[in-house]
Design a protein around this ligand. Structure first.
Ligand code: SAM
Length: 407
């Protein structure tokens, strides 16, 4: 068996060991390599605070990340991906699990459905680029019993694709649960999915610097096409370019739960009423007005991560002092503020002058951030993060082009 086309996403050593394990299973046709794997190689697994296991990624763009937070891998699935959803279990539910990994998010969704679902059906479409990572899901101890259902679905697909050989998972998939496993680049998968299909999308890639291709405007436009009007996308990141990408792809956005990080993640929906909490005020201002709010772009959904990062750096450079205020010294958050620190004030006002804003307390400054005086944490149809961000962007453009004062 060769793995030349397989994605080498996880740590190289465990990647090789997992492939070897399933090769042995194929040649020997006995279950020992799989059954003994965890005990033999448990030093490759990372124990997280809630007792569930994670694994390390390979080095990507000079960084290694763990697949899950050290605060608790399976707890993260419930806190960040299940709790913010407003599933109506009286109807059938469809979930798209992007970057399914070892299957914890899908398992948490199954657990929630089995606890609350009535006569309805659950469909989960899991998308994961790496066979070895999915196979790793078969080798870790299940943190919750519903992970055994996910394991069964993963095993069936790995057997179908001639990676696994034996059917060792004994758990039955309940009749009202349907799990599809796509093993490919999620950018390819989304283009094949039907419009208006999903109640929820779990977006759980590595961080934006490792995987900007899974946070691009074009990728999010596909989400906009396949998600239902009341559907919700959940992702763990609070990054400005990711949030800006959702807005450009025609989503409303809100703050997600805080778990294992200082800041809350991000929720996005076509319907603002599905999102309770606004972004923090300064996050809105930075996304709207500064060059950190330039999103990732991947026009044909096939660029490399390096290319996407380089293009964004270039676009930020062009936007700075032109369509966006420089993000240096967090300049935009001082608009409409009195400043005591004279040195900082000089730097801030030097940046503002390049955008035709005479000072932090000038009428121009007040005009741009005026809508933030109505800021309320609770979002509604008229007053929400998206609307305020777009309004501030529009006003900045007017000030820069000298049209300030026109209504
Ligand atoms: C943070 S982990 C996800 C953990 C996972 N949600 C779970 O419950 O175990 C990120 C995953 O994204 C996968 N991945 C990376 N690039 C991908 C791509 N282009 N398409 C689909 N999956 C990808 C990696 O193989 C890795 O398993």
């Amino acid at each position: 068996m060769t793995y030349e086309n397989d994605a080498r996403i996880i740590n190289d050593d465990i990647f090789d060991l997992i492939n070897q394990c399933f090769d042995e299973e194929k040649s020997s046709r006995n279950n020992e390599s799989r059954l003994n794997f965890f005990d033999t190689y448990n030093n490759y697994f990372v124990l997280t605070d809630d007792g569930s296991y994670s694994i390390n990624s390979k080095e990507i763009n000079h960084k290694v990340e763990t697949l899950h937070t050290s605060t608790g891998a399976i707890s993260e699935s419930f806190e960040k991906f299940i709790k913010p959803m407003k599933f109506n279990y009286d109807a059938d539910i469809a979930i798209l699990d992007i970057c399914a990994g070892i299957g914890y998010n899908t398992s948490a969704a199954i657990a929630d459905f089995m606890k609350n679902g009535n006569d309805s059906k659950l469909t989960v479409d899991m998308v994961e680029i790496s066979k070895a990572t999915l196979a790793c899901g078969l080798l870790v101890p299940s943190p919750i019993k519903e992970h055994d259902i996910t394991k069964k679905a993963i095993e069936e697909e790995l057997i179908r694709q001639d990676y696994a050989t034996l059917s060792l998972e004994t758990c039955e998939i309940p009749e009202n649960i349907n799990i599809n496993v796509y093993i490919e680049d999620a950018r390819q998968t989304v283009q094949k999915l039907k419009d208006n299909s999903y109640d929820a999308i779990f977006l759980d890639p590595f961080s934006q610097n490792m995987a900007p291709e899974l946070f691009s405007v074009e990728f999010f436009r596909e989400f906009r096409r396949v998600i239902k009007y009341d559907g919700i996308i959940a992702t763990y990141t609070s990054s400005a370019p990711v949030r800006a990408g959702f807005i450009e792809a025609d989503f409303y956005i809100g703050q997600g739960p805080i778990f294992g990080r200082k800041q809350g993640g991000t929720l996005a929906s076509p319907n603002p009423l599905m999102l309770d909490t606004s972004l923090p005020k300064n996050d809105e201002i930075r996304i709207a007005l500064s060059d950190v709010g330039i999103p990732f772009r991947d026009i044909n959904l096939n660029s490399t991560s390096e290319h996407i990062l380089d293009e964004r750096t270039e676009e930020r450079h062009e936007a700075r002092h032109n369509t966006k205020i420089s993000s240096a010294v967090k300049t935009p958050i001082f608009l409409a503020c009195e400043m005591d620190d004279e040195k900082l004030k000089r730097r801030v006002e030097r940046n503002l002058a390049k955008m035709n804003i005479p000072s932090t307390t000038s009428p121009e400054a007040e005009y741009i951030v005026e809508c933030e005086t109505d800021y309320s944490k609770k979002q509604d149809i008229e007053n929400n993060s998206r609307t305020r961000i777009l309004e501030m962007e529009k006003r900045l453009k007017k000030v820069k082009t000298g049209n300030y004062g026109d209504t």
